[in-house]
Write a protein that binds this ligand. Sequence first.
Ligand SMILES: C[S@@+](CC[C@H](N)C(=O)[O-])C[C@H]1O[C@@H](n2cnc3c(N)ncnc32)[C@H](O)[C@@H]1O
Length: 226
Amino acid sequence: MKPWETLESANVPEVGELTLVRRGDEYVLRVRGQTLMSSRMHGSEEALARAGCADLVSRGTGRVLVGGLGFGYTVRAVLDQVGPGVRVSVAELLPTVVDWNRGPHLAPLAKAPLEDPRVTVIPGDVGLVMKRHSASFDSILLDVDNGPSALTHPDNQGLYGVSGLSTAAQSLRSGGTLAIWSAGPAAGFERRLEKCGFTVEVLHPHAHGTKGPRHVIYVGKLGKRR
Ligand SMILES: C[S@@+](CC[C@H](N)C(=O)[O-])C[C@H]1O[C@@H](n2cnc3c(N)ncnc32)[C@H](O)[C@@H]1O
């Protein structure tokens, strides 16, 4: 088997070593040696976009917040299903990831979603973006770790507790949707979402195509405020 080739690496304060590696046509983003994203399978990252933005498909306008960027598959899937009047903010904690997405290795993977005029990149923590934007988004899509448990940065744990999920609820407009990607089922997470006012559906899309392992998407919907 071919060895992994390191294409890029960076030492990120408070996060540690970030590397972009390639073997054949597969690209992998690693944080402290652990895989955060692979280009081999991205069906469930696209399913996250479909589940989280289903209500926007028939509407001409709306606002979506995606956190974080990764290889851009979720952002691309949002853009491909919503109309020209929808605005998409992408919160990405690591500026290096944004730079790599604009470079020759990653840009082609998801057809350069950052070049779409509907997209704005917001550098920094998606949790802070939600705190700063009250009743602002129709959909919030979260895929920043490998599920509702911190991996990239220890502070991410705060996103998944009652306080973090309540912040997400407050950042959504009436009837909005919060969708969260997970590599597997997370005990008690559905109940926690319900406690924060969401009606929850749990989806199990295949990681890729119609075969192979399944990932989990938690879809929380808010009721319409009167
Ligand atoms: C698993 S990847 C996302 C994969 C993405 N869904 C895709 O389709 O390629 C996780 C991304 O979230 C970013 N991230 C981690 N913590 C974050 C945070 N608190 N706020 C914003 N972005 C974050 C990481 O740097 C990484 O780019």
